[in-house]
Design a protein around this ligand. Sequence first.
Ligand code: MG
Length: 345
Amino acid sequence: MSGESVELLHIALPLLAPFRTAAGTHHTVEKLLVRVVTATAEGWGECPVGLGPGSVDSVGEARDALRTGDATAPPPATGALETARLDAELRTAGTSLASRLGATKTAVDAGVAIGIAPSVPALLDEVERRLGEGYRRVKLKIGPGWDVEPVTAVRDRFGGEVALQVDANGAYTLDDAEHLANLDRFGLLMLEQPLPAEDLEGHAELARRVRTPVCLDESITSEAQLDRALTLGACSIVNVKPARLGGLLTAKRIHDRCVNAGVPVWCGGMLETGIGRSANLALAALPGFTLPADLSASNRYFERDLTPPFVLDDGQLAVPDGPGIGVDPLPDVLDAVTVSREDVT
Ligand code: MG
């Protein structure tokens, strides 16, 4: 776009508590923020860093690609630039991102993702706390050695009414099919990404051998991969993450394809700050997002969020309705968390 300038900000926010998945433990959230300034507005996008598939490996990787206008830049980086440009354009037009995408909801059911805990009692304490905060769905991160036991404990303690699902982040193999079928008796909403991302055939076979609906996350990297997964019968639910797909507009097309195929979708998260959370909320307000999102209140992760905090209201988060993404970074927080900033135009 002519007349625009682009600034890249490397930020690092400490997490309130470490977050552990089958893929690793995180103490700090790193992002590359993209700030686009046009003659009439500024816009923001957020690129996740170091969170596995759907994020970039390092800030440098994303920054180098965006600095040089590399056509093969990783999808989370191009997605952040796309969102920042769209945000600036919509702010100028006075249109909210939610209405631009075709949102039909003004609030979204909030789910909470709970990492692999140090012990079962510690897990139960956290689930109790989150349910007390009003979250409408609980997702447990699982992995080999931490699956049937924690799910049993949560069901025993909180009953069968709690909307519960599990996410393996690709930590199992098809040899574990019989073991994973032990989860069938818990009435889980879904088993998310049990096998490695590239193994669509394995997921299709597993889906025939377990009754719990299989959801794909890391595997769905493009519209072509979605079509392949649906044709194979590799999943019956899809987790849509804009960063992994290279932006909101592709995410919307994935949503539309899933609606046409009768496949429910929900919006996943990548430890977003208020910038990314706001964009995800606009997406999650589309009609095909019929399952609770991994979109939590700001205080789930941060002492102070980058934006005015998102708070739960009866287990829901309001969809921002201001122009663009509807929120701005708080200058003092932004200053405090910025590691470096660079003008690339
Ligand atoms: Mg996942």
